[in-house]
Unconditional design. Structure first.
Length: 288
């Protein structure tokens, strides 16, 4: 990560567990995305559950709902931050979620939580994900803006009493609210008469089961129209060694015009694994 601004935002992420990057995308692009999602926001029912909220609407699969969602997922600075945060613990990163959220008047504060708790693995050695919230409307302290608890990524939190005071992620369309999977956060209450809309784009370690089932959200007939980098993030790539394969091949073969009835299973190993396996195989062959 050579760009000075990128390094600055990375340092803030690592220090505080979050950062808010202003004016990262044109407001016109965000407005176009919001317009594309208008019918989805209207037709989607309110959630059911104390975590998702009874006055909150949520829906995923954004990459097939609007072409403008691609700009959010592939934003260069965000991708560089995600790869820097996650890259030491995985071969490649993946899209974890692309979800729209609308918090309606009367919604209460969401339970403060860490998103990495969706996975049961040991915590503390590395990050599991990076989330980015893109406001579709203004976020403020009254309409449900996300509340973030700085520094909680560096210490265990065993009860809500240990959290301290949150910051309110006040922001506007075009800004990017970034926070680590280990950072405690939650949506605020909406005491206004207006709906607070936003989109969350999350990136996780490529070897994890993602929050959103990517292959159901973006089957081959949909992903075939994605740029290659977006298709890879959306699950059409193997994570070495051999994870996420299709018939022993990279699942990207499903995006081609023809798919063999009987694909040839082919190793997809990391260099050190490839060398060790080859040395062993050669020794076995020499004994024959």
């Amino acid at each position: 990560m050579s760009d000075i601004k990128s390094i600055d935002w990375l340092e803030r992420l690592q220090k505080d567990g979050y950062c808010i990057i202003p004016d990262l995308l044109p407001q016109s692009s965000i407005a176009a995305l919001d317009a594309d999602l208008e019918r989805d926001f209207t037709e989607t029912p309110m959630g059911h559950g104390d975590f998702y909220g009874f006055r909150t609407k949520r829906f995923g699969s954004l990459l097939r709902r609007s072409r403008w969602a691609c700009d959010l997922v592939l934003q260069p600075l965000i991708l560089s931050l995600a790869r820097e945060v996650l890259g030491k613990a995985c071969d490649r990163i993946q899209l974890n979620v692309a979800q729209a959220i609308a918090i309606h008047p009367g919604e209460i504060e969401q339970f403060p939580h860490c998103d990495h708790d969706m996975w049961a693995g040991a915590k503390g050695e590395h990050e599991y994900l990076l989330n980015v919230i893109w406001p579709l409307t203004d976020f403020n302290s009254s309409n449900g803006a996300t509340r973030i608890y700085p520094g909680t990524h560096k210490r265990p939190v065993e009860s809500l009493d240990q959290l301290g005071d949150p910051i309110v992620a006040a922001s506007k369309p075009g800004d990017a609210i970034c926070f680590l999977g280990s950072t405690v956060h939650g949506a605020g209450p909406n005491s206004t008469e207006d709906v607070r809309r936003g989109v969350v784009i999350g990136y996780s370690l490529g070897w994890l089961k993602p929050y959103e089932n990517l292959w159901l959200a973006y089957p081959p007939e949909v992903a075939r129209n994605f740029p290659p980098e977006l298709a890879e993030l959306a699950g059409y790539a193997q994570h070495r060694p051999n994870l996420g394969n299709y018939e022993g091949q990279c699942p990207s073969i499903l995006l081609g015009e023809e798919v063999a009835n009987y694909p040839q299973a082919t190793d997809a190993l990391r260099p050190e694994q490839l060398a060790a396996v080859h040395e062993f195989a050669e020794a076995c062959r020499s004994k024959r």
